[in-house]
Design a protein around this ligand. Sequence first.
Ligand code: ATP
Ligand code: MG
Length: 391
Amino acid sequence: MYDAVLVRYGEVGLKGANKWVFESILLENIRIALQGLKNVTVVKRSGRILVQTNGGPNEVLTRLARVFGIVSISPVIIVNSEMEEVMTACSALVGFLRGKIKTFKVETRRAHKAFPYTSPEISRIVGGYLLRRYPALQVDVHAPDVTIYIELRAGETYVFFDVIPGPGGLPVGASGKGLLLLSGGLDSPVAGWMAMKRGIKLSAIHFHSFPFTSERSRQKVIDLGKVLAWYNQGITLHVVNFTPIQETIMARCPEKYRVTILRRMMFRIAEEIAAGQRIQCLITGDSVGQVASQTLESMSVIGSAIRMLLLRPLAGLDKTEIVEIAKKIRTYRISILPYEDCCSMFVPKHPATKPKLDIIVEAESKVDWEPLLREAIETVETLDIDATWLP
Ligand code: ATP
Ligand code: MG
């Protein structure tokens, strides 16, 4: 029945060059998200994007639901801007809904000012026609079961009833690039999703310590990357062999500062990789007070290892709120798989909750980290994950 999916996007606050950049990034992201689907073309029509589907739009709707910047979408019937054709299309929609609705109303928007009827006239004429065709139905202008929308333009008219909310936010890439520190846990994928929602194009970095952590824990992170790739229109995942650094920390650093120093080393490596790729910020899944390494004191000491901007999008969220988002974005089931990221023997019984920077710097000074960091960066494994994987 449907010919296309009409995509509406936010223009509030967008002017001039910004608007053009926003639109072209969104258009490109939609094209990438729909890659591989047959008989689908994406075109731009004055303030709207139209995805011509030529058949069932279900898969298109699923994929568009993951493209940030989209405010809402509607499957539409497209006809010539002629009264007869508009009435036939509206009648097809109501026929489709028959049995599910008792009342309706017709709402018209007319961009085509030369059309011989005004918007209220069109609504009235079409409404009358529908009442004659479907005598069991009634018009209710205040609280109808369904609203039939007619969007009349010079060349063509869109007829639809369904307005599905989109994910909102800004198209990824419109705000620049960020590097997500992706562990196998619940928090970091959600942090990445929130950054993408604000238009940050993600890359991800994962620190792996084989054989302390298993091959399956690495695969779990790749699977999380595949889900993030839906929203990010593909993702580059860097996997760092962290074993030599982790072993050195275990052998040479005071037990209670292990996690603090470990995180500082992660940040140093991430910052260097990010800088080489014109990435402007690092993103973590830290939430204030969640664990010892996420007190304000710890986060401050850990963050001071680098100069790059650090975003912690989950700072103010409770675990229950994070879990709720993880379920919604489909990372939850992967995150709760039992393959632990950090070996339990590494985490001390009594980690420092209020580390002091001078003491940490002193503890770090006992080791020449430079060659270890260099080796970790030089041996990084880089995976390009595309956006079309389905779980
Ligand atoms: P998550 O926070 O994702 O649930 P977690 O709770 O096991 O995982 P934390 O100990 O809370 O991890 O670590 C805080 C943050 O540090 C994580 O959200 C993530 O951004 C980063 N991080 C921790 N471990 C790793 C790792 N192995 N690789 C990449 N980033 C990591
Ligand atoms: Mg956490």
